[in-house]
Structures are given as C-alpha cells and as structure tokens.
Design a protein around this ligand. Structure first.
Ligand SMILES: *Cc1c(COP(=O)(O)O)cnc(C)c1O
Length: 235
C-alpha cells in the first residue's frame, strides 16, 4: 500500500515539476526561482512523510486545527509550513506558533494578531498579503484585500516587529481567466515591492492553472490535487 502510494506520489511530483520547468522556460525564467508548495489538506501525515522522502520541504494547510495536529506529528523534520486558508483573527495567534509563511493575510487585525502570536512564541513569520482577484460579482468569493486596502495591510505587516513583508498571494476566480487574474496580481506585486523592495514573493497557481501562474511570474505555486489526487467531495 505504502509502496504503491510512494510510486504514485513520485510520478506526480516528477510530472508537476517538469511542467513547472517547461512553463518557466517558455518565458525565459529560471525554474529554480519557483518553489513548489504541496497543499496536503485532507491528506494524512503518512503522505507528508512520503513526500518528504521524495525531497519536498514546503507544505501548506488551509485550516488551523488540521494544520496544528499535522505539524505536531512531524516535529523534528526539516519542513517549512505555509498557511494558505482564510484566517479568523481569534486563531491567528495560534497559527503564529507553527507557520513559517502565512500567505493569506488580508486585514490589519489579522496582522496584529499574528504579530502578537509571533512575539509570544518568539518566532518571526514571513507574510504575504492576499489580494482579491475576484470581480465584484464573483461567487464564491475567494477572499483577500481589495486594491484600496492593499497598501494599508502591507504597511501594517511591514511595521510589525515580528513579521516580514515577503510579498503577495492570489487565488484565481472560479471558472475565470486565470492568466488575466495573475497578470493583475503582478501589478499588485509592484505596489508591495514599492513598500519593501525585498517583498518579491508572488504566490499564485493551483493544480488547474499553475503553468499560467508561472508564465505570469509566480515565485510560489500551491499544488494539491495534481500531486495527491482528488479530495473527497465532502471536504
Ligand atoms: C486547496 C488549495 C490549493 C490547492 O488546490 P488544488 O486545486 O488541489 O491544487 C491552493 N491554494 C489554496 C489557498 C487552497 O486552499
């Protein structure tokens, strides 16, 4: 069972990696500038261990409780944890305990809570501002700041002692034009690098559209189902 799962994951990691490399090369980018973050939500810790053996080090979760319990099970492994889900501000201090990079910072309030948690746990955390790529009528809304709030949130992160403004993140609208959305995200990236020149991370792209994201300039792609398989309809 474990052996066949290992072979399946190895083949899918290899396939996704080669697609990232090809997409980068078509636009003259260096493939090593693009980080593959594997989104393990709903999948067991045994898969995280297999992926770690295959060389994956960046893992993402989107729900605090699930993330917290998985992190506790793999303590001591050299992993980087990414938090990519919507953040209720009452959970933010607890997310600060384990997250190395939070992709989904979308308010000043969440920024303050993350900074408080980072102080409490004596850590520092890389933060991305999640920018909404929805148009006004999009349903479901995928979250994120609107363009007028973007600079406020970026400034709050930049001013927080324990947080580092690392860049921006976007989730493409369901059924929409991913490529166009990711090009808008790159404009948002320029606004954020104007706040802090080193905030160059652009987290964009999921299983359905990571090649579009790479061609548009993403530095981090967040891939779940193309590596782990379809999540059950219940989750
Ligand atoms: C689930 C999730 C992903 C990965 O989605 P797939 O389509 O399974 O690749 C990426 N980003 C966020 C924010 C997610 O919640």
């Amino acid at each position: 069972m474990n052996d066949s799962r290992r072979a399946e994951l190895a083949a899918r990691v290899a396939r996704v990696t080669s697609r990232i490399v090809s997409a980068a090369e078509t636009v003259g980018r260096n493939p090593t500038d693009i980080a593959l973050v594997v989104v393990t939500k709903t999948w067991p810790v045994s898969d995280i261990l297999l992926l770690h053996e295959l060389g994956i080090r960046d893992f993402a979760e989107n729900k605090h409780q699930e993330a917290e319990s998985k992190v506790a099970e793999v303590i001591g492994l050299d992993l980087r944890w990414h938090f990519v889900g919507q953040i209720q501000s009452n959970k933010a201090t607890r997310i600060a305990r384990y997250a190395d990079m939070v992709h989904s910072v979308d308010s000043v309030r969440v920024t303050e809570r993350l900074n408080l948690g980072a102080h409490r746990h004596e850590r520092s955390i890389d933060c991305l501002v999640q920018v909404s790529l929805d148009d006004e009528t999009a349903r479901p809304r995928r979250g994120g700041t609107n363009w007028t709030e973007l600079e406020d949130v970026a400034g709050a992160i930049d001013g927080a002692e324990r947080l580092r403004l690392a860049g921006i993140m976007g989730v493409s609208p369901t059924g929409g034009d991913a490529s166009g959305a990711y090009h808008r995200l790159l404009e948002a990236s320029r606004m954020v690098t104007a706040v802090t020149a080193s905030a160059t991370v652009v987290s964009a792209g999921m299983s359905a559209d990571f090649e579009d994201a790479v061609r548009a300039g993403a530095t981090h792609v967040r891939v779940g189902s193309a590596i782990l398989g379809q999540r059950s309809a219940l989750r």
